[in-house]
Structures are given as C-alpha cells and as structure tokens.
Design a protein around this ligand. Sequence first.
Ligand code: GLY
Length: 325
Amino acid sequence: MLAPTSEVSFEEEDLLALGQHSLGLFPDMVDELESSTSIDLDFRREGTLVVAVDRDDAEALEHLHNYHRRLGLPVERLVGDAARQLEPGLSPNIHYALFSPQDLQVDPVALVKALAGAAENAGAAIHPNRPVEAVRVGDAGVEGVVTADGDFCEFDHILIAAGPWSPKLKGLPRGALPHIRPVRGQMICVELGEPPLIEHVIRGPDAYLVPKSDGRLLIGATMEERGFDPRLTAGGIFDILEGAWEIVPGIYDAHVIDMWTGFRPLTLANKPVIGPSTIDGLYLAVGHGRNGILFTASTAYGLAELIDTGELPDYLHPFQLRELR
Ligand code: GLY
C-alpha cells in the first residue's frame, strides 16, 4: 500500500510529508523500472477506502477526518450507502468510510525484483545468498565488509539497509545504529474471484484487504512482538480473517492460496533513520516500520544524492540519528 494519506496518524506529520514526497516519485520510478526490466509492477490508482464497522469506529474516523481537513488532505467522507456504491462487496453494516483517491498500491515482490534487475542493467553487481557478517571500521572510517564465508571486500561507501536484521551486523561501534526490533506481521492470501470481490484497497479497524490484478486478495496483518519467530498462529490468522470478513463478508467462500509471516523493522520513535552515520563512509536506511515500500523512492533517491554530492536533501533532515536521541 502506498497510502500516506489514509494511514496518517496524529502527530506524525513528518512521516506524512516523507510518504507524500516518496509517493510523488513513484510514477516515474515505476515507469523507469518497468521499461528497464519488463516486470509488471501492478501499480494501481483506484485509491484507498478506510471503513468503520461500528459506531465507535465511525466516531474515531470522524475525528481523523477533522485532522485530514486541518492538514488540507484530499479525503472524501462517505456516509450511508455511499461507500457501497463505490465498493458493492462491503458489508451492509458499513455506514461510514473515508476515501483517499490519491493513495496508490504496487506489488512489493515485483518491485524488489525490478529494483534488483534495473540495478544490474545499470551496472550493479548483486551477490544473493552471500550474507555480510561484519562491517570493518578503521580510524579513517569504513574499510569494507567481511562475508559469512570469511572474504574481505573493500568499499569506500557502505549503506546498511538490512531491515530488522541490521543490528545483527558485527563490527559497528555502540550507538552507530538506532534501536531496531522486529515486529511480526501475519498475512493470508485468498482468491479474489470473478467478478473480483473488491477493487480498492480497503482498511478496517482490524484488517486490511489489497486486491491484486493477477487474481489474488492479500489480507493483513497482525502486529506482534515475537522476536524473529517466523511461525504462523491460528489466533493471528483468525483475527485478520475475522477483521476482513466484518468488512467484506464475501471472503468467507474465497479459496485460500497462501499464508506467511514477515518482520517489520521498528525503531523506538516509530521513524526511520535515512542518512549518514557517525562513521565516515557509512550510511543508514533502517527502521522503516510499516512503510518500507512507500518510503523506497525517497530513501533511494535521497541516499544516492547524499553519497554522490555529500549533501543531505531537505526532506531527509527529520530522519537523522540525532533526531531520535
Ligand atoms: N505495510 C503493511 C503492514 O506493515 O502491515
């Protein structure tokens, strides 16, 4: 989901600004990646619906909508049957929704493949399945990395972008990284059906539903503090299915395709760190939380500019290590 508007939280306006900036870079980035690799990124522009399933949710959404208005965000309030006219598969219990037409979506797996492919087409060498175990730092800054098979590779610039696994890298002095922990998300994928059960991304209080053009419907996601335990649980899947069924009852008969868990990298301040570190030649792109895909464009272009020119773009200033301390 590329949804800075519908996912905005109170008092997180710097994250909203970064999300809007990154979303603005997406259309050109998608064009460039698709033409470099011929991979279809399923970049969709139907917008996102946030729905209330009971009166309490409706009150909370009304409160959020007042905040949207104060920020001048383009969000439409849909009451009565209005949301069902847009999305007929919604439960008849839904009488209040917010529609963000400018929020988009992309296929995250295809995006990562296309980024790797386009990087290779542009001359990058990619070493899959060759994990880095340690960063070597000398008096003058970074020297290189040591791989798990014991090789030393020399580099002038090293960017740490290892998600929740970033703190496992050895060799970094204390305090070089912010505190980062894995927050587990469980997801289930079912058949979207024909005609499709839904066409928009829909968020409810306990689940979200994301329709894909290849006939899949993704339903997520739990937020769980279970360390790196990758196992699915009956309760986690039950909770998201129940949350999704309350919004779109038709999923009851949908055939299950797959289920999985993933780990989001969260910092204590719920903000990413994107920029230089305290060590010469070492850069950070860590702690992107629930927004790793949305922040991809600003992170990539911003860090490329920093490493190329030595100048940190303005939009990354709020996301520096010192801001978290
Ligand atoms: N970005 C969706 C999630 O973290 O669940």
